[in-house]
Design a protein around this ligand. Sequence first.
Ligand code: C5P
Length: 415
Amino acid sequence: MHPHPIQKKNIILGVTGSIAAYKAADLASKLAQSGAIVNVVLTEAAAKFIAPLTFQSVTGEPAYSDADLWGADAHVLHIGLARKADALLIAPATANTLAKLAHGGADDLLSLTALALGTGADTPLLMIAPAMDAGMYTHAATQENVEILKRRGVVFVGPEAGHLASGLVAKGRMSEPADILGQLRYQFSRRGPLLGKHIVVTAGPTQEIIDPVRYLSNRSTGKQGYALAQAALDAGADVTLISGPVHLSPPGGATCVHVRTALEMEKAILSACQTADALIMAAAVADFRPAQAADQKIKKLGGAPALPLSANPDILAAVNQQRATTQKPNVVVGFAAETQSIIANAEDKMRRKGMNFIVANDVSAHDAGFAVETNRVTLLHTAGRKEELPLMSKAEIAAEVIERVITLLNPQENA
Ligand code: C5P
């Protein structure tokens, strides 16, 4: 199984003097929990907002401030940090720090370290999450500095629009730590075995409209599908995530297409599949929809109405029809959520729907299936091979499924 792309990576987290500095502690903690080795470098202004000790406590590694510039190791500290770094992530980054980085200023430990990273193809990743008041961010000077840094290959995350410390509601907020982590994870995954492959993943339920306030749906939360999208990204793929309505944030780097109904989902899938190497169909597509969606809310005065249903199209059948002319996607993986005769039903589905393999799960178990973190699945392959996987987290199951997709897409390497 592929390790988390950030695992064992040396990350220098630069923290500068913005009120968003307090959120950097959460970011440092999340990085450490993902297995990174995190050294924090605070500017003098950042150390007024938050203490180095906070970072040291959440990362278990030394956190440096400008006081260390004049210590015993001062003459090599910034060189040593730059030399071991896999990435320098500056979050939050003030306008002043952007200006210094753009123009080669080096008057504190952080800007010295950034300059010591060097420039060129082999330099470590430099990622920046700006945070400042809106007028400062849109100022021509800042915008030009951002452009200079982007031209040099610096990756920017945010800033986002929202409430700012000045009271303004505008673009200038530091991106959320989880989103910054997601973007960093994405950058580190770009060398995996699925590099250059396009994987389409579907997730979540569909909602079938009864009237403007009501719909038919199912208990799918999208967790397994989102975990599959993340695992495909971790393996280096370009991922299109086609998602029904769920309460999850798409993984960093995925192109997310939000849909509501089965008909919308079918359209999005057929379009994305034109260039797809693999389709992983984890969505719980509603089998039926109300034959006619009412324009106005249905009143209860007339008693319970009859609700005639129409069958939704079988999306995989449409994919297979398109596949006959486009030869895309090369690999199709399906899911079967069953409450009885699991294996027999799943095998039948796999054959009928032209899948390379199917992931069968028993949704009646309390520790597997809908809305829980774990799943217990059996993988059924076309040649009749059956793999029973033990109870695992949905992320682990996703990694197992992606391993099989890698094998199917790279047969020569596995011969
Ligand atoms: O709902 P069912 O268990 O039959 O779904 C089996 C597989 O077929 C799943 O991968 C699901 O996403 C897909 N499916 C589909 N079109 C439908 C219903 C399900 O492609 N209308």
